[in-house]
Structures are given as structure tokens and as C-alpha cells.
Design a protein around this ligand. Structure first.
Ligand code: 5GP
Ligand code: ZN
Length: 127
């Protein structure tokens, strides 16, 4: 919407001045391929997949990155969502989870997210 439009996050707890693409995905204001969703988190397929399975897990409430005071309950909900993604996507042989923080890490969307990557042999190299 317009810059400065008041958007209520899906959690309904805090109205926020938010022009964040992932907040809009969390609110179902813009479409995504949803893999898993509950009260706190949503998981959806990445628009530009880097592996056969590339799903993003985000808190519905806006945090800039993993260091932005994310509550333990939310982090636990994200771990649960990752497990659900692995089940839905059949990642029984394993997968990789990555979270970029800041420009040196190449973070492009400033709403905390975890990448779940899998569906092929990712090898032993971390990056
Ligand atoms: P980052 O580089 O910030 O860790 O990752 C951001 C990710 O979000 C990228 O992999 C990018 O492809 C994905 N992305 C950016 N915009 C959208 C979008 O509108 N929809 C979806 N599904 N993924 C997006
Ligand atoms: Zn956001």
C-alpha cells in the first residue's frame, strides 16, 4: 500500500507502520506457496529457489533478524515449523537451515527468516 499505511500484523497484537514484503506474506496480503502455518509463524516457498526444496520460515510478527529480540517461544515455533516443512517436503535424508543477518551475510529482506534447503545432496561444505 501507500508508504505509512497502517497495517495490523496477522498476530493482531501490534499495529505497525510496515511496508515489509514478508509482513505482507504473513498477513496473506500478497500470495505465496504456504507450506505450514500456525499462530506465530508461516513457512512458504522461496521465489528464487537455490535448491530443489527452498522454503522460508518466518515469524508473523516483524523482527529485523535473529538478533532482534525474538522471543524464545517464537524461536521454538520456528523450530517446529522447520520440522513440519521437512515432513511435508519429504526431507527425511536431511536438510540445511541458514539465517542471514546483515549486509555482509547478504540479507536482502529485513524481516527475520530461516532458509530451509534440501531435496538434493548438499555436501559437507557449509557454504
Ligand atoms: P536473504 O538474502 O534476505 O537471506 O533471503 C531473502 C529471500 O527471500 C531470497 O531467497 C529471495 O528469493 C526471497 N524472496 C524475496 N522476495 C520474495 C517474495 O516476494 N516471495 C517469496 N516467496 N520469496 C521472496
Ligand atoms: Zn516484516
Amino acid at each position: 500500500g501507500e508508504p505509512g499505511t497502517r497495517v495490523v500484523t496477522h498476530s493482531g497484537k501490534e499495529p505497525a507502520m510496515c511496508d515489509c514484503i514478508f509482513c505482507k506474506i504473513a498477513n496473506h496480503e500478497i500470495p505465496s506457496t504456504v507450506v505450514y502455518e500456525d499462530d506465530r509463524v508461516i513457512a512458504f516457498d522461496d521465489l528464487n529457489p537455490q535448491a530443489p526444496v527452498h522454503t522460508l520460515v518466518i515469524p508473523k510478527k516483524h523482527y529485523a533478524d535473529i538478533t532482534d529480540g525474538v522471543p524464545a517461544e517464537t524461536l521454538g515455533a520456528m523450530a517446529h515449523a522447520i520440522d513440519e516443512v521437512a515432513r511435508v517436503k519429504g526431507l527425511d535424508k536431511g536438510f540445511r537451515v541458514i539465517s542471514n543477518k546483515g549486509e555482509a551475510a547478504g540479507q536482502t529482506v529485513m524481516h527475520f527468516h530461516m532458509h530451509v534447503l534440501g531435496g538434493k545432496d548438499l555436501g559437507e561444505g557449509l557454504i
